[in-house]
Design a binder for this molecule. Structure first.
Ligand code: DGL
Length: 283
């Protein structure tokens, strides 16, 4: 007999980038209800001290956990890179990161064994991607590059145009000299720049978004533990809830921009809720 767990899934990112994971979750397991938290007041995380990222991540996940979620998705590579084990030890529910799923996808895709990874400075300096790749496939070569300019562009909704393309081309120039055949978008903000990144890399480099692979792993985990949400009507299901540590305007705009078409009617009524975290002003 199939059993269900109708509690929501908590999804966390430093800003709007984790909406790419929400989009993948929604298309793969549309019955699930999602509580999203974008820590927009403190974004970007990508060039902060790892301890600060750990502290922020705990504050956000404590908040989501206290809303009664059944699983937590750390839809932020930076937080996954420096905080995942701490977070997994902290909560008695599954806590899923985005780096291992992305690494596994890259290993499946590469034919030449030469993978590129781009991410924030914290993610790249942590070495978490090469570690995750080499854990499974020690023979694969990983070439990494921090792209600190990308997140601010996405947070401002700047994802097209000659200026953006010039920044992307400059950031990727060295990596593209390494003869890679696949490129992991190791930051959940980057899929929103994917068309321009692909234009710069050319068609021979396959882009890998950890968002889709993470959604697959969440689905597998929930199915195996009989914890999927019971089927529900798409038109009448409750609206998802999007918390932000900033004011709601930018989050609402990002939802319209990134989830509007993919998400279907329920996102038009998405609830955006500004939240003050305990130490939000203290750094
Ligand atoms: N989107 C986040 C990531 O995946 C972090 C961006 C940032 O806050 O710097 O790394």
């Amino acid at each position: 007999m199939t059993q269900f767990d109708n509690r929501p899934i908590g999804v966390f990112d430093s800003g709007v980038g984790g909406l790419t994971v929400v989009r993948s979750l929604r298309s793969l397991i549309p019955d699930e209800e999602i509580l999203y938290f974008g820590d927009m007041a403190r974004c970007p995380y990508g060039d902060r001290h790892p301890r600060e990222v750990q502290q922020f991540s705990k504050e956000v996940l404590d908040f989501l956990y206290n809303q009664g979620v059944k699983a937590l998705v750390v839809a932020c590579n930076t937080a996954t890179a420096v905080a995942l084990p701490i977070l997994q030890a902290r909560y008695p529910i599954p806590v899923i990161g985005v780096i291992q799923p992305g690494a596994r996808a890259a290993i499946r895709v590469t034919r030449t064994g030469r993978i590129g990874v781009i991410g924030t400075a914290v993610t790249i300096h942590s070495g978490a991607y090469p570690e995750a790749v080499h854990h499974v496939a020690p023979e694969v070569e990983v070439f990494s590059e921090a792209c600190p300019q990308f997140v601010p562009l996405v947070e401002q909704g700047l994802v097209a145009g000659a200026d953006v393309e010039a920044i992307v081309a400059e950031s990727l120039a060295e990596l593209l000299g390494k003869d890679i055949d696949s490129l992991v978008l190791g930051c959940t903000h980057y899929p929103l720049l994917a068309p321009i990144i692909q234009a710069v890399t050319g068609p021979d480099v396959q882009l890998i978004s950890s968002a889709e692979q993470t959604a697959e792993e969440v689905k597998t985990l929930l199915r195996r533990s009989n914890s999927l949400h019971a089927p529900q009507d798409r038109e009448t299901r409750p609206a998802d809830r999007f918390y932000t540590s900033s004011d709601g305007t930018r989050m609402r705009r990002a939802i319209e921009l990134w989830l509007g078409d993919a998400g279907g009617p329920e996102f038009r009524g998405a609830l955006v809720v500004p939240v003050q975290l305990p130490s939000a002003q203290s750094y």
